[in-house]
Design a protein around this ligand. Structure first.
Ligand code: AMP
Length: 253
């Protein structure tokens, strides 16, 4: 069974992002970029399925700027067998929207024929949480979002999902699309030998032009603003003073 893992290059989660002075978006030049954390979890799960003998091949795919090749190298070092980079733009500030990503993935999936796609539940740069769902709809495949456990059994995949007030387990027929939540696993640390070994693995590069898919944005960002600065807190001397302030000043009691 082949597993395809879509991987997005995003601003590293430790970076404190800044809004561009003209408010048109975030400052992305010279900012540390990394693999989207939910995609790291997706890849870890796919690699574990391969290590258990359930999967035969793990393919990582990224759509975006040529620099996403570095992110794919990390994916190969984590254990992906090969990678595909779809060159969609040269502009590091251009986000490829979920519908376009889903259409590109659909096209690649038609030729690669994976049985399972494991994607992140959301990209931490735009928080869309849409690509997996759109891809499943485009392919007509079953989907399970927010996975906290995945078990492949013959022609089906059992997916445990975190929902309000508990856990839900779905049984999907393969092929299927699954998106990952935070508690699915703890991605492995990539050691130097794995990084060296990954240099020999293949990254196929495809130009968006050869796919015939229109990726013109449908959404336009009207403005971007930093969250308002938090007011400094105060210290109270006693519980009575706290209760009085909550009652008389905050009006919450
Ligand atoms: P989103 O719907 O944008 O929040 O993204 C959800 C998931 O779709 C991500 O966690 C990735 O697995 C995948 N994805 C989104 N954009 C890309 C991209 N440009 N290249 C590869 N995978 C992507």
């Amino acid at each position: 069974m082949k597993i395809l893992v879509p991987i997005k290059r995003v601003v590293d989660y430790n970076v404190r992002v800044r809004v561009r002075t003209d408010g048109s978006g975030l400052e992305l030049n010279n900012v540390k970029m990394s693999m989207n954390p939910f995609d790291e979890i997706a890849l870890e799960e796919a690699v574990r399925l391969k290590e258990k003998g359930v999967a035969t091949e793990v393919i990582a795919i990224s759509i975006g700027v040529p620099q996403a090749k570095d992110t794919l190298r990390t994916a190969l070092a984590m254990g992906a067998d090969r990678a595909i980079l779809v060159h969609a733009t040269d502009d590091v500030c251009q986000d490829i929207e979920p519908l376009s990503v889903a259409r590109i993935l659909e096209k690649i999936i038609k030729s690669e024929a994976p049985q399972l796609v494991i994607a992140g539940k959301q990209a931490i740069d735009n928080d869309m949480n849409a690509t997996g769902q759109m891809l499943a709809a485009a392919l007509g495949w079953g989907q399970a979002t927010y996975a906290s456990a995945i078990e492949v059994q013959n022609n089906t995949v059992l997916v445990t999902r975190e929902i309000d007030g508990g856990l839900q387990t779905l049984c999907l027929k393969l092929p299927a699309v699954v998106t990952t939540d935070l508690r699915l696993n703890q991605p492995r640390y990539v050691a130097l030998p794995a990084i060296m070994k990954a240099k020999k693995k293949t990254i196929d590069e495809i130009s968006i032009k050869t796919l015939g898919i229109d990726i013109t944005p449908r959404l336009s960002i009207l403005s971007t603003a930093e969250p308002p600065k938090r007011q400094a807190g105060i210290k109270v001397k006693s519980v009575d003073e706290l209760v009085s302030k909550l009652k008389n000043e905050a009006g919450v009691l």
